[in-house]
Unconditional design. Structure first.
Ligand SMILES: Cc1ncc(COP(=O)(O)O)c(C=O)c1O
Length: 394
C-alpha cells in the first residue's frame, strides 16, 4: 500500500513546520468529493443518498458533501443542531433511539425532512408536540424486521432483539395512532439492520427482502408510501482495504433487484456513513521510541487510541504506511506493535505488523481513518494534546 502524493507532501510539510513530533489527522477533501460523485454515478435511478453524520461530522467534511448528497442524517439533538448550523440549506433526517421532547421540538423547529420514529412512546410524544404547535411532522417508522435469513456482519442492529426500531407486531398499533393523529404524516418505513457489510451478494439479498417486506406490509394495509430508507452499513475491510464493499457491483445488482421487485414510485433512500468518509481520512503519528520487550518490538507514537479509537473499537490491526525520516533504520524486516502514549495495554493500533524499515522520527500514517475515528475517541483520557486537523482543500 502507498500514500497519494498529496498526502505524502502534506506529511512532509507537517514534519518541517511543526515544533514537536507530528500528530495529526489529514483529510483529502477533493478525494472525498470524487468518491461521492462516483458513488452517485453508480446509484440506480430512484435512489437517494444521505450522509450519516455520526461517521464524521467535521465541518469541512459536511461542507464538501453538502452539494453532492441529498441531505444528512442526524442521530441526536446535538448532531441535528450542528448540521442545521453548519449546512443550513441541507435536508435533514432525524433518527436514533430515546429522543427527548426537547430534541423532537428541535426537529420541528428545523422542519426536518423526516423523523425516524423508533418506538410507540416516541410516536405518541411527537404527535402531541406537533399537534400543540399546529405543525405536521413527516415520519418514517423504523422497523426491526424478522427476516427468513438473519442478517450477519460484525455489527448487527436488527433481525434479533435490539433497542432499535419497532417490532413488526407493533406496526398495527403505530398505524392506528397515526390514523388518529393528523399532525403525523407517514412517509415511509426505515430498515437499518447492520453495519460493516463486506459481502455484496449478502447485501443484495438483504435489499431484496427489504423491498419484498416493504411491499407486503404496504399491500396488507393499503398503504402507498413514497419512501423506503434502507440505512447504510457498507463496510471497509480494514485488513485489506482493496477488498472493501464493491459499490459498483452492488449498484448494478440493486438496479436489477429494483426492476424485479417493482417498487413503483417509492424511492429508496440510503443513509451511509463509514463507506463515504473512511477513505479520505489519515491519522499520522511520529515515532517517539522503539523498544524490545519480552522478545517483541514496540514503536510508541505521538498520539494513540485516545485520538484514534477505531482499531481498538473494532478489534483490528489498522492499515498503515511508514513515511521514513532521515535517521538510519533501527528495525529492518521485523514485526512491530504500534502503540500510543497511554498507560494502558489497550492503546494498540496494530499488533506485530511487518515493517521494511523503521526508526525513531519516522511518521506512521494510518489510512482509512475518516470514519468513526476522532469523534468516537476518548480524547480527554490522560489530557494529552489533541491532534492537529489538516484539511487538504485542493
Ligand atoms: C440508523 C443508522 N443509519 C445509518 C448508519 C450508518 O451506518 P454506516 O456508517 O455503517 O454506513 C447507522 C450506524 O450506526 C445507523 O445506526
Amino acid at each position: 500500500m502507498s500514500l497519494p502524493a498529496r498526502i505524502l507532501q502534506a506529511v512532509d510539510t507537517l514534519r518541517s513546520q511543526q515544533q514537536g513530533p507530528v500528530c495529526a489527522y489529514l483529510y483529502d477533501l477533493p478525494a472525498l468529493a470524487r468518491h461521492v460523485r462516483q458513488m452517485r454515478e453508480h446509484l440506480p435511478a430512484g435512489c437517494e443518498l444521505f450522509y450519516a453524520a455520526k461517521a464524521n461530522p467535521e465541518v469541512a467534511i459536511l461542507r464538501t458533501l453538502a452539494p453532492l448528497v441529498d441531505g444528512f442524517e442526524a442521530a441526536s439533538g446535538g448532531e441535528l443542531r450542528w448540521l442545521y448550523e453548519q449546512c443550513p440549506h441541507a435536508p435533514l433526517i432525524f433518527g436514533g433511539p430515546g429522543k427527548l421532547d426537547s430534541e423532537l421540538q428541535q426537529g420541528l423547529d428545523y422542519q426536518v425532512a423526516a423523523f425516524h420514529v423508533e418506538s410507540l412512546t416516541e410516536l405518541h410524544n411527537l404527535a402531541r408536540l406537533a399537534a400543540a404547535r399546529g405543525q405536521t411532522a413527516s415520519i418514517l417508522l423504523r422497523l426491526n424486521l424478522k427476516l427468513a435469513e438473519a442478517p450477519d456482519s460484525r455489527l448487527v442492529m436488527g433481525g434479533k432483539p435490539t433497542p432499535f426500531g419497532l417490532d413488526e407486531e407493533a406496526l398495527e398499533e403505530a398505524l392506528a395512532m397515526i390514523a388518529e393523529a393528523p399532525a403525523l404524516q407517514l412517509q415511509g418505513l426505515h430498515f437499518h439492520l447492520l453495519s460493516h457489510q463486506l459481502d455484496v451478494d449478502a447485501h443484495l439479498r438483504l435489499m431484496r427482502s427489504y423491498l419484498r417486506t416493504f411491499k407486503q406490509l404496504c399491500r396488507k394495509r393499503g398503504l402507498q408510501l413514497p419512501l423506503l430508507n434502507v440505512g447504510g452499513g457498507m463496510g471497509i475491510d480494514y485488513r485489506n482495504p482493496e477488498q472493501s464493499f464493491d459499490w459498483p457491483r452492488f449498484c448494478a445488482g440493486l438496479g436489477n433487484v429494483m426492476a424485479q421487485e417493482q417498487l413503483g414510485s417509492t424511492r429508496l433512500r440510503f443513509e451511509i456513513g463509514r463507506f463515504i468518509s473512511a477513505a479520505c481520512g489519515y491519522y499520522a503519528m511520529q515515532v517517539l521510541d522503539i523498544k524490545r520487550n519480552h522478545g517483541q518490538y514496540f514503536a510508541i507514537g505521538r498520539g494513540g487510541t485516545h485520538h484514534f479509537r477505531t482499531p481498538a473499537a473494532q478489534g483490528h490491526d489498522h492499515p498503515f504506511v511508514v513515511v521514513r525520516g532521515p535517521q538510519p533504520a533501527q528495525l529492518r524486516g521485523q514485526s512491530v506493535t504500534l502503540v500510543g502514549q497511554l498507560c494502558t495495554p489497550k492503546d494498540v493500533l496494530a499488533t506485530q505488523q511487518p515493517v521494511a524499515e523503521l526508526a525513531i522520527g519516522d511518521i506512521v500514517v494510518f489510512t482509512h481513518a475518516g470514519a468513526y475515528a476522532w469523534n468516537i475517541s476518548h480524547r480527554h483520557f490522560l489530557m494529552h494534546e489533541p491532534p492537529r486537523m489538516v484539511f487538504l482543500e485542493h
